[in-house]
Design a protein around this ligand. Structure first.
Ligand SMILES: [Zn+2]
Length: 94
């Protein structure tokens, strides 16, 4: 298997973070609305810029490039680091 070297990041859109977000939140978060505390841009998480690396996913604001959210997986634990994210809103089920 071709493992990316450390520090290698692939820049894609927020849909690519769907898998890890689904694991962390237990639901599809790509359609959740996220607001940036820095530039006040509000958009679906799927619209954010996602940087994938072996440790997890970094979601960046498409408006100002600040880190909104970092999702990390390390063995048995998952970590969510809140960056410039000021709001996260998703439809409540039932
Ligand atoms: Zn922003």
């Amino acid at each position: 298997m071709d493992a990316p070297h450390p520090g290698h990041r692939t820049r894609v859109d927020g849909n690519a973070a769907g898998g890890i977000l689904l694991e962390l939140f237990g639901r599809d978060m790509t359609s959740a609305r996220a607001a940036c505390a820095h530039c006040e841009r509000e958009a679906e998480l799927a619209d954010a810029i996602a940087e994938l690396d072996p440790a997890g996913v970094i979601l960046l604001c498409r408006g100002c490039g600040r880190t909104l959210l970092t999702c990390l997986r390390d063995g048995g634990s998952a970590t969510l680091v809140i960056g410039a994210l000021s709001l996260l809103r998703w439809p409540a089920d039932g």
